[in-house]
Design a protein around this ligand. Structure first.
Ligand SMILES: Cc1cc2nc3c(=O)[nH]c(=O)nc-3n(C[C@H](O)[C@H](O)[C@H](O)COP(=O)(O)O)c2cc1C
Length: 201
């Protein structure tokens, strides 16, 4: 099973990264896993410029940005499952993960529906990663889990837009200090269990 993990924190080896490693360890416990971890803050991924070239509105042209994204998208089409992870930054997912979802738009193939006057009335979408499995991982500083409710909802909506099968989520709280989650066996166990579910068919 090929799993691609996207780390949306700039702090390598810290909370989000540690939880992603536990998800991968859990996945490895229930299947033979080949994992690729991509640090979104280090990868050569430029910011989406909103040109819409990749969308049906402009005929689904190649993205004009020259970077590592075409290769990443090609590997996503071949992968079996994904881990999307982020710290809570100002009540939102990190800028790097937001941008990554924007840059994933070429994976969505949309047929625009117009009325007799040519006005857009809707759209039918398919995606090139439809049906693959995915989990979401979030770490926050605050102790109240509700502080990341919007982020989890947003992640869930994005997984749905890409027609991925959400098989679990990990939310770890009270992690303001670097790698604080390493002292939280319950959260590490949860991440491991979610990983095991990700890899079990
Ligand atoms: C710029 C910034 C904004 C943050 N905003 C929030 C926030 O709104 N709510 C929260 O609970 N934690 C917030 N945090 C704390 C991080 O979510 C928390 O430390 C997280 O565990 C970081 O993950 P990391 O160690 O993997 O980078 C913020 C941290 C930073 C650096």
């Amino acid at each position: 099973m090929e799993i691609m993990a996207f780390v949306g924190s700039p702090r390598k080896g810290s909370n989000v990264d540690t939880l992603v490693d536990r998800v991968l360890a859990g996945a490895d416990s229930s299947a033979s896993v080949e994992a690729e971890k991509i640090y979104l803050y280090e990868a050569d991924i430029k910011n989406c410029i909103g040109c819409l070239a990749c969308t049906a509105l402009k005929g689904g042209q190649p993205c004009p940005l020259k970077d590592a994204m075409p290769g990443i998208l090609a590997r996503m089409i071949n992968a079996d499952a994904f881990i999307f992870s982020t710290p809570n930054y100002v009540h939102s997912m990190s800028a790097a993960l937001t941008n990554f979802f924007c840059r994933m738009q070429p994976l969505i193939k949309m047929d625009i529906i117009r009325d007799a006057q040519g006005n857009i009335t809707g759209a039918d979408a398919t995606t090139l990663i439809s049906g693959k499995r995915a989990v979401a991982v979030v770490s926050q500083g605050d102790f109240s889990p509700s502080r990341s409710a919007l982020i989890l909802r947003s992640l869930e909506s994005n997984l749905r837009d890409f027609k991925l099968k959400a098989v679990g989520e990990v939310l770890s709280t009270g992690n303001l200090e670097k790698a604080a989650v390493k002292d939280k066996p319950h959260d590490l166990d949860l991440a491991f269990a979610v990983g095991a579910r990700l890899a079990s068919k």
